[in-house]
Ligand binder design. Structure first.
Ligand SMILES: N[C@@H](CCC(=O)N[C@@H](CS)C(=O)NCC(=O)O)C(=O)O
Length: 449
């Protein structure tokens, strides 16, 4: 409008007016409608964790970023206009006066650099390098492994058990390294929040919210402390709100992953005529499928009776509880298993080993109706050995436990031969927390009941 006005009033060429305005903006005189036209526009849904990096960086930097209203994933990012901005058709994309930017870290860097000498980028070259270092670590060592664990469970890519196991192991390795760094550092770099914390916080956010339960993260107490410190910063809260940690690991999705559509925009289709919808009766909710273990023939051994006897026996344990166990034990309805941790040489730190076993028992929660277990952490110093005894309903280790509890694959499993007195005695000693066990003291004994 202003341009039209000048043009009419002094009938000068549009190009000259534009040059004049650019000059005024540069010398900081004019901050009106042109600044509005220069607003940064972020294309993403409100809950996109990659987009939150830029939005949080903008809060810290006093930069205004507007989010596109009514952005619809799968629709808005498939239009020809969008694909021109990001050839993959992925979000987020930031529109700037100088053209679009894709890749969330690049967007967050750009927003941060809009503020001169932004403390989000530290105060020295080495700070800057460390910030970049942790941002790359976050993307490649943390985020990528969370995604490889989470996406198959969401049904976005195929689930392959050994891939999941490898991703979890790689994630634990990364979180272990992060935990060590954070044992003596409040933030990743220096003494205040930097862009590295914003990126790491957003990446951990999806992990904590979707799949990393307390029993998983408790192995990394400094990461936990760091995460809660970061997401409770006012500038984070403004964008992501209150954060709640996942209470359970998502079950494996039965959904077949959809093949990814090409990001090339489709040729315009003729609008389809709305077919009258057939009247469909609302489907009644399907009854929950029964656990196959509930369909086994009844057993004379009542698991709850055994658990009660175990908990209530305060003295003379061998004579009362252990003897009671063997009297009750029904090899037709139950099976007994020894387990032996495969990677005992990694158990060098006592509390980490205890947390690992604690996490395993928490993840077994889904088997409480069908299992009883004893886990011994053995040795007077690291590396500690972890061995256990498990009673399972049925003659095999139940499949749903093997499928759902990833720790199961970290142990060697051997069925107890109850006709072998030596094995039977070993099982009795495990039930009893007998010490020394196999000639060594116990660091701890944990019971799953
Ligand atoms: N490395 C990219 C990842 C972008 C990305 O994967 N975005 C997802 C949403 S979080 C997406 O747009 N997916 C749609 C698709 O794959 O077509 C970034 O950090 O921006």
């Amino acid at each position: 409008m202003l341009i039209k006005y000048f043009r009419a009033r002094w009938s000068i060429k549009l190009r000259q007016i534009e040059e004049y305005f650019v000059l005024m903006v540069l010398i900081g005189i004019y901050k009106g409608p042109i600044c509005e036209a220069m607003a940064l526009v972020l294309h993403a849904t409100s809950n996109n964790k990659n987009a939150t990096k830029a939005l949080i960086a903008a809060e810290y930097s006093g930069v205004e970023v507007q989010r596109v209203k009514d952005f619809e994933m799968g629709v808005s990012n498939k239009t020809p206009e969008f694909v021109k901005m990001n050839p993959l058709g992925k979000v987020p994309v930031l529109e700037t006066p100088d053209g679009p930017i894709f890749e969330s870290n690049a967007i967050a860097r750009y927003v941060t650099k809009l503020k001169a000498d932004n403390p989000l980028y530290g105060s020295s070259l080495i700070d800057y390098a460390h910030i970049e270092q942790w941002m790359d670590f976050s993307a490649t060592e943390v985020d990528a492994n969370i995604a490889r664990w989470l996406y198959p469970r969401l049904g976005l890519i195929p689930y392959v058990a050994p891939v999941e196991e490898a991703s979890i192991a790689a994630l634990k390795r990364s979180l272990g390294a992060l935990n060590t760094h954070l044992a003596s550092n409040t933030y990743l770099v220096g003494h205040s929040v930097t862009l590295a914390d914003i990126v790491m916080g957003c990446n951990l956010f999806i992990g904590f919210r979707m799949i990393m339960t307390k029993s998983f993260t408790s192995e990394f107490p400094h990461v936990e402390r760091y995460f809660w410190t970061i997401v409770n910063q006012p500038n984070f809260k403004k964008i992501i709100g209150e954060v709640k940690q996942a209470e359970s690991v998502l079950p494996i999705s039965s959904k077949k992953p959809q093949a990814k559509e090409s990001s090339q925009p489709k040729a315009k289709e003729e609008p389809k005529k709305e077919e009258p919808k057939p009247q469909v009766e609302e489907e009644a909710p399907k009854p929950k499928p029964k656990n196959p273990l509930d369909l086994l023939p009844p057993s004379k051994m009542i698991l709850d009776d055994w658990k009660r006897l175990y908990s209530n026996t305060k003295s003379n344990f061998r004579e009362v509880a252990v003897k009671g166990f063997w009297d009750m034990y029904d090899p037709e309805g139950y099976s007994l298993w020894f387990c032996d941790y495969k990677y005992n040489d990694e158990n060098t730190v006592s509390f980490v080993t205890l947390n690992k076993v604690g996490g395993f028992l928490q993840r077994m929660d889904l088997a409480r109706k069908y299992a009883f277990g004893k886990m011994l952490i053995i040795g007077s110093e690291g590396p500690y050995k972890v061995k256990g005894l498990w009673l399972f309903r049925g003659k095999e280790i139940p499949k749903f436990i093997m499928d759902e509890v990833y720790d199961m694959e970290l142990y060697d499993w051997k069925e107890v031969d109850i006709n072998d007195e030596e094995q039977k005695e070993r099982a009795s000693q495990m039930i009893e927390d007998c010490e020394p066990f196999e000639g060594e003291p116990l660091l701890d004994a944990k019971c799953f009941k």
